[in-house]
Design a protein around this ligand. Structure first.
Ligand SMILES: Cc1ncc(COP(=O)(O)O)c(C=O)c1O
Length: 486
C-alpha cells in the first residue's frame, strides 16, 4: 500500500475558493457568509465557501473524468480495489446500486436476515426475490454472529439459480465471517459475492484487525467511510474487484440513485480520509486498538458486565474496536442504560438493544473518554443496586429470540405496490405484511413486505414493544397499527 497524500478534489475546491470567482451559479448562498448568525457560527462560514458545485474544473461524480476520477483511482489503490466509486447518499445507495447491477425482476438474491434495510430497498427497486438465510445466533447476547460457509453452501445448492450472494461483514457488533471460504463457493458457482462492509472501512489498515473482504475474495464491497473513518456523514465508497460485477451497470444504477447536485464537502471529506489513511492508517488504528483494549480490560474487571469476545463459539473473527457490553447479569436493559448514560453522564453510545450496549472506538476517542465511561458504568451499577428489573431477565426463553423467517407470499416489490390497510397487531395475525418492521438499532427486519405475519411474530413484536424498543421502517413507530395487504 504505497503512501499518496495527493488530494485532487480538495485542491480543486481550494483553488476555486481562493480565486474569489464571482458566483452567478448554484448554490444560492454563493459561498458568502449570508447565514452568519443562524448556522455560520455553528459550522463556520468557510464551509459555505467550500460548498461548490459542478462548475468547470470540479469534475462530475456521474461522469468522472478529472479530479474525481483521480481521487477515486487513488482510493481504489488505498482500499485494495480495482475500481472505487465515491458515494454521497451513504452506503445505502451503494448497496442498492450493487443489487441493481446484478439482479433484475424475478432474479433470486441470497441475503442475510440481519441485512440493513437499504438492501431491502435494493430488492424492492429491482423486483428481485430475496432468499433469506440466518447467520449463527448467540443466546446470551441475543445478536447474530458469523455466517458459516455451510449455510451459503446449503442455500446455493437448494437454489442453483441464485444470481448473487450478499453478506454483512463485519456486522454492527464487529463480527466477521470466513469470507475466504465463502468466496470459494461463489467463485465455483461463478456468481458475485457482494459485501456490506459499512462497518469495516478501517480493516485494511492494521494487521490485528480482521482482513477486509476484498482481500479475501469478495467481488464488491460498500464501505461506510463516515462510520469508522473520518469522512462526513453520508460519505461512503463502493469498491469493485475482478470482473464479476459489471462497472457499467453499477455506474448506471448510481446515476439513478445519487443526487445530481453532489456535495463537494462530502467528496472532499472522502478525498481527505483516503489521504489520511494512505499516509497514517496504521498509526491511527494502533491508537484506536490500544484504547479499545484498555476499555475491554477495565470493563472485564468490573463485576457483572460481560464482553463479546472473539473466542466465542459461532464467531469467526471480531473487530475489537466494536465493544459489545452485556448488562444481562446485572438485570439492566440496554435500552434503559443508554438513556441513563445520556441523561446522567452525557455519554452517548452507538446503540443499545435488550441486553447490550455497543461502543464504537475510533481515532476520535481519547483516554479521557474511556475513563469517563468506566466511571459511569460503576455509577450505574451502584445506582441500580437493590433495584432489580423484573423484566425478562430471570426468564430467558426461546420466545425472546427473533422468530423464524416467515413464509414469503408475494415479493417485497409486489407488496410495496399493493394497496394496504392499517390493523392492530392482534388483527394482523395471518395477514400479509405490507411494510418492514425492524427494531432500530440494529435495523434487522423482524418482518418484511410480502411475508405472512405469524402468531410468533405478533408475540415477539408485542414483547419488544413492552421492552421499549424503537421501531423503524414501519408507518407507526409505536406499533399501535401495522400495514397489511388489503
Ligand atoms: C450494516 C449496515 N449497512 C448499511 C448501512 C447504511 O449506511 P448509510 O447510513 O451510510 O447509508 C448501515 C447503517 O447503519 C449499516 O449498519
Amino acid at each position: 500500500m504505497g503512501h499518496n497524500q495527493n488530494t485532487p478534489i480538495i485542491d480543486a475546491v481550494t483553488k476555486y475558493v481562493n480565486d474569489w470567482t464571482v458566483r452567478f451559479h448554484m448554490p444560492g448562498h454563493k459561498g458568502a457568509p449570508v447565514m452568519e448568525g443562524l448556522i455560520g457560527r455553528l459550522i463556520g462560514n468557510r464551509a459555505f465557501a467550500a460548498d461548490v458545485t459542478n462548475v468547470p474544473g470540479m469534475d462530475d461524480l456521474h461522469q468522472a473524468q478529472s479530479v474525481i476520477k483521480e481521487a477515486q483511482e487513488l482510493a481504489a489503490q488505498t482500499f485494495g480495489a480495482d475500481r472505487t466509486y465515491f458515494l454521497v447518499n451513504g452506503s445505502s445507495c451503494g448497496l442498492q446500486a450493487l443489487i441493481m447491477a446484478v439482479c433484475g425482476p424475478g432474479d433470486k438474491l441470497l441475503v442475510p436476515r440481519n441485512m440493513h434495510r437499504s438492501i431491502l430497498s435494493g430488492i424492492i427497486l429491482t423486483g428481485a426475490v430475496p432468499i433469506f438465510y440466518r447467520p449463527e445466533y448467540d443466546s446470551h447476547f441475543a445478536i447474530p454472529l458469523s455466517t458459516s460457509p455451510d449455510t451459503i453452501e446449503y442455500y446455493t445448492s437448494r437454489h442453483p439459480d441464485i444470481k448473487a450472494v450478499v453478506l454483512v461483514n463485519p456486522t454492527y457488533h464487529g463480527i466477521v465471517s470466513d469470507i475466504s471460504a465463502i468466496s470459494c463457493i461463489t467463485r465455483q458457482l461463478n456468481i458475485p459475492l457482494l459485501v456490506d462492509e459499512a462497518h469495516g472501512p478501517h480493516l485494511r489498515f492494521h494487521e490485528e484487525l480482521p482482513r477486509p473482504s476484498l482481500d479475501e475474495g469478495a467481488d464488491a464491497a460498500v464501505q461506510g467511510t463516515h462510520k469508522m473513518l473520518s469522512a462526513l456523514t453520508q460519505a461512503s465508497m463502493l469498491h469493485l474487484k475482478g470482473s464479476k460485477v459489471d462497472p457499467d451497470r453499477v455506474e448506471s444504477a448510481l446515476r439513478l440513485l445519487q443526487s445530481t447536485s453532489t456535495s463537494y464537502l462530502l467528496l472532499s471529506s472522502l478525498d481527505a480520509t483516503r489521504s489520511q489513511m494512505s499516509s497514517n492508517g496504521r498509526e491511527i488504528l494502533q491508537g484506536s486498538l490500544e484504547l479499545a483494549f484498555y476499555l475491554r480490560k477495565e470493563i472485564m474487571a468490573l463485576e457483572g458486565f460481560s464482553l463479546l469476545e472473539a473466542e466465542r463459539e459461532g464467531i469467526f473473527g471480531l473487530d475489537p474496536t466494536k465493544i459489545t457490553i452485556s448488562l444481562r447479569d446485572l438485570k439492566i436493559s440496554g435500552f434503559w442504560s443508554e438513556q441513563w448514560l445520556r441523561e446522567k453522564h452525557s455519554i452517548q453510545v452507538e446503540m443499545s438493544d435488550m441486553f447490550n450496549l455497543l461502543l464504537i472506538v475510533t481515532h476520535g476517542n481519547f483516554k479521557v473518554h474511556a475513563v469517563r465511561f468506566l466511571e459511569s458504568l460503576r455509577d450505574m451499577k451502584k445506582h441500580r443496586e437493590g433495584r432489580e428489573d423484573p423484566g425478562p431477565f430471570n426468564n430467558w426463553e426461546e420466545k425472546y429470540f427473533m422468530p423464524e423467517v416467515p413464509k414469503q407470499a408475494i415479493t417485497p416489490r409486489e407488496a410495496f405496490w399493493t394497496p394496504w390497510s392499517a390493523v392492530t397487531l392482534l388483527e394482523a395475525r395471518g395477514r400479509i405484511c405490507s411494510e418492514t418492521i425492524a427494531c432500530y438499532p440494529p435495523g434487522i427486519p423482524i418482518i418484511c413486505p410480502g411475508e405472512v405475519i405469524t402468531g410468533g411474530i405478533v408475540d415477539y413484536l408485542l414483547l419488544m414493544k413492552n421492552m421499549g424498543a424503537h421501531f423503524q421502517g414501519c408507518q407507526d413507530p409505536l406499533l399501535r397499527t401495522v400495514r397489511v395487504i388489503r
